[in-house]
Design a protein around this ligand. Structure first.
Ligand code: ADP
Length: 288
């Protein structure tokens, strides 16, 4: 397998690459991570079962689109494929270090720049479906954000949650009520990271902020900000940097709970347990 991956790297970079060493890297939630090196060049590789190739293809496309905005640093994807009954993705290796306040502020500024990047078609969605954690995330293009978020984000997760045995109000009525909550809100589509918790935000050893492991699509930029606040919040410097470049709109505080409801429903679908009652409380809050 490493031989085939090396051949693929040689092909896409046009420079001969032979794996001298591969080393397992911990910390991933879903995949096995490795560093591979020929002594001079090092890459980051993630492996999973063959059936997960589409997930890696979507990750590579998301990373490439974020990379192309030339705003915040992301690992540049090189290739993905299948070998020895494994699927794999290869990307640029980033050496991580500690983030200080200046790096967090810069991360806010750079994320805001990515969010300000113009959309190709003014629609919400993406070229393909991807995953959030390991749950499918549906990205069919839509003109209207309230419809997109109510149906393809909340409605989709509530249907899954009910199949899992969760008890939630009628799905169609909930979708309609959420569309109502967002009725007056017409954001411009931004390229969003889509899964921006602290585990997916880091700083390189050179002090440059970077984001990883995205669930990219064109959506309301507030979804990324909301998620940064979901598990305790990023340092204040991050929000200072963000607002200096692209100030948040009024009403964000009200929408934040709705946007994070998506991730809590997804947590229930992935992990079960207390996330069900948390999601129900959030839904009550949003629809009150
Ligand atoms: P998973 O898809 O399994 O959740 P992640 O993409 O979050 O995996 O990566 C798992 C860990 O591997 C990260 O927390 C980070 O420490 C390390 N990592 C991720 N991307 C890179 C990279 N490009 N270079 C070096 N290390 C990385």
């Amino acid at each position: 397998m490493w031989l085939e991956i090396a051949e693929q790297i040689t092909k896409v970079t046009g420079k001969s690459f032979e794996v001298q060493q591969h080393r397992s890297v911990g910390g991933g939630c879903i995949n096995q991570g490795y560093s591979i090196t020929d002594g001079a060049r090092t890459y980051f590789v993630k492996l999973n079962q063959a059936s997960q190739l589409e997930m890696f293809e979507a990750e590579a496309l998301g990373l490439q689109q974020m990379y192309d905005t030339q705003s915040i640093r992301v690992p540049q994807p090189l290739c993905c494929g299948m070998s020895d009954r494994n699927s794999y993705i290869v990307m640029e290796w980033l050496e991580f270090g500690r983030a200080d306040n200046a790096a967090w502020e810069e991360m806010g500024r750079k994320l805001a720049q990515m969010h300000a990047y113009p959309s190709p078609n003014g629609k919400f969605g993406w070229e393909r479906n991807n995953t959030i954690g390991s749950t499918p995330q549906v990205n069919a293009w839509m003109d209207n954000w309230s419809e997109f978020f109510a149906e393809q984000r909340i409605g989709y997760q509530i249907r899954l949650a009910k199949r899992r045995g969760g008890s939630f109000p009628d799905t169609n009525a909930t979708i309609a009520a959420i569309q109502e909550v967002l009725a007056d809100w017409q954001p411009s589509p931004s390229l969003v990271h889509g899964d921006l918790w602290s585990g997916n935000a880091a700083c390189t050893a050179a002090g440059e902020p970077a984001i990883l492991d995205p669930a990219t699509y064109w959506g309301d930029r507030e979804v990324d900000l909301a998620m940064t606040e979901l598990f305790g919040g990023f340092p204040a410097a991050f929000y200072r940097g963000y607002n200096a470049v692209f100030p948040l709109n009024e009403g964000y505080q009200r929408r934040k709970t709705l946007y994070n409801l998506y991730h809590i429903l997804n947590h229930f679908n992935l992990f079960g347990g207390g996330y069900e009652s948390q999601a129900r409380r959030m839904l009550d809050d949003v629809l009150r």
